[in-house]
Ligand binder design. Structure first.
Ligand SMILES: NC(=O)c1ccc[n+]([C@@H]2O[C@H](COP(=O)([O-])OP(=O)(O)OC[C@H]3O[C@@H](n4cnc5c(N)ncnc54)[C@H](O)[C@@H]3O)[C@@H](O)[C@H]2O)c1
Length: 338
């Protein structure tokens, strides 16, 4: 197997998960870890008991000295643009955390930088690799498509600290990017327009508007209806959200945890037609989450194949987020451009 050297950027909570993920992949050798806060990378290297990993607090120096085969960007969203541009300008491919950027202008600049350098920039949209999500997408493709109706519910009560506690559109920007991206994964469609309301129930402990409903028109006339909240306690949904999809004569549901279920009409004699239920197949021996996105990224480096999350595709999910925010702020339905 071909080995790749990695420079990890960002040593926060998720950066530490990525350090484990890189360590556990036989194709990767982590050679450097960089964080803008002095000593943080060195402390993380010690905490993880890593050997052969150099600590940096300067990205230009880290890139020049370690000369990695790729960079993993696990900084906070506001820094993704600068880290990605610096790596691409040095000719180094980037696997970056979601959301791609904190504005569409900066995301577009990142896509252009990938084109200019001719190097891969892929966003690790980790929920795409969930075994149940893969099974649900296949169930829809094989038995339910073309979809006309798609609904998702995301209700989780989260008591945040750190950058999320300060974020204005914390549900839409930090979390709904996953759910909106899943809607594209499951339907195979892109968004055309959105009407969204963001709100804050009066019991919420969050400062910003942490709840939202959004109605997307997708290509082919599909309507995707999103509902979500970060201050919903007691009966939470899974972090993958709860899903319902309808196509001609068939539908599918997934609770985000158990195998997805579909049903197809078999007889047509009554007012309500009889249908037959069946389950989706959960893939076995499967790398889920960030282990899955890392493998897809490495395969793309080896073969030149276009991975899921490649920036030209992922920006279409980010565009759904910023259009939803714009609709909520303006009270208008917003057309979606990438
Ligand atoms: N895929 C998932 O399920 C998932 C889960 C959690 C977080 N994330 C994403 O991972 C990213 C990091 O999240 P986190 O919870 O670890 O945040 P965090 O705030 O704990 O850590 C971010 C780290 O990046 C460092 N940093 C900031 N700007 C930098 C720069 N320019 N150069 C180098 N280092 C810089 C900070 O000092 C900090 O140590 C976010 O984009 C977040 O949305 C994804």
């Amino acid at each position: 197997v071909k080995k790749f050297s990695a420079l990890l950027v960002g040593a926060g909570e998720m950066g530490k998960n990525w350090a484990n993920n890189l360590r556990d992949c036989e194709q990767v050798k982590t050679i450097g870890w960089m964080d803008i806060r002095p000593d943080i990378a060195a402390q993380a290297i010690e905490e993880k008991k890593l050997t052969g990993v150099a600590a940096y607090d300067d990205l230009a120096k880290a890139l020049a000295e370690s000369r990695p085969d790729f960079v993993v960007d696990v900084t906070n969203p506001q820094s993704h643009h600068d880290v990605t541009l610096a790596a691409l300008a040095a000719g180094v491919p980037v696997l970056g955390e979601k959301p791609m950027a904190d504005s569409m202008e900066r995301a577009r600049a990142m896509v252009r930088a990938s084109e200019k350098s001719g190097k891969l920039y892929m966003v690790s949209q980790s929920r795409r690799y969930h075994a149940g999500a893969i099974a649900f997408a296949k169930l829809i493709r094989d038995h339910v498509a073309p979809l006309g109706i798609l609904n998702s519910d995301f209700y989780v009560g989260a008591h945040f600290t750190g950058f999320r506690a300060e974020m204005k559109s914390v549900l839409l920007l930090d979390m709904a990017i996953h759910t909106f991206d899943s809607a594209r994964q499951f339907s195979g469609r892109d968004a055309v327009s959105v009407y969204c309301e963001e709100f804050r129930p009066d019991w919420s402990w969050n400062r910003g508007k942490d709840s939202a409903v959004a109605l997307f028109e997708m290509t082919g006339g599909l309507r995707y209806d999103y509902r979500g909240s970060w201050c919903a306690e007691g009966l939470p949904t899974s972090w993958e959200a709860e899903w319902r999809a309808h196509g001609p004569g068939a539908s599918a549901t997934w609770d985000g945890e158990n195998p997805p279920v579909a049903a197809r009409v078999k007889s047509s004699s009554e007012l309500i037609h009889d249908s037959e239920k069946f389950s989706g197949e959960i893939p076995k021996h499967h790398f889920g989450g960030i282990a899955g996105s890392l493998r897809e990224f490495l395969r793309a480096l080896e073969t030149g194949e276009l991975p899921q999350g490649e920036c030209h595709d992922n920006i279409k999910s980010l565009a759904m987020v910023f259009a939803a925010v714009e609709s909520a702020e303006s009270g208008r339905r917003i057309k979606i451009h990438n």
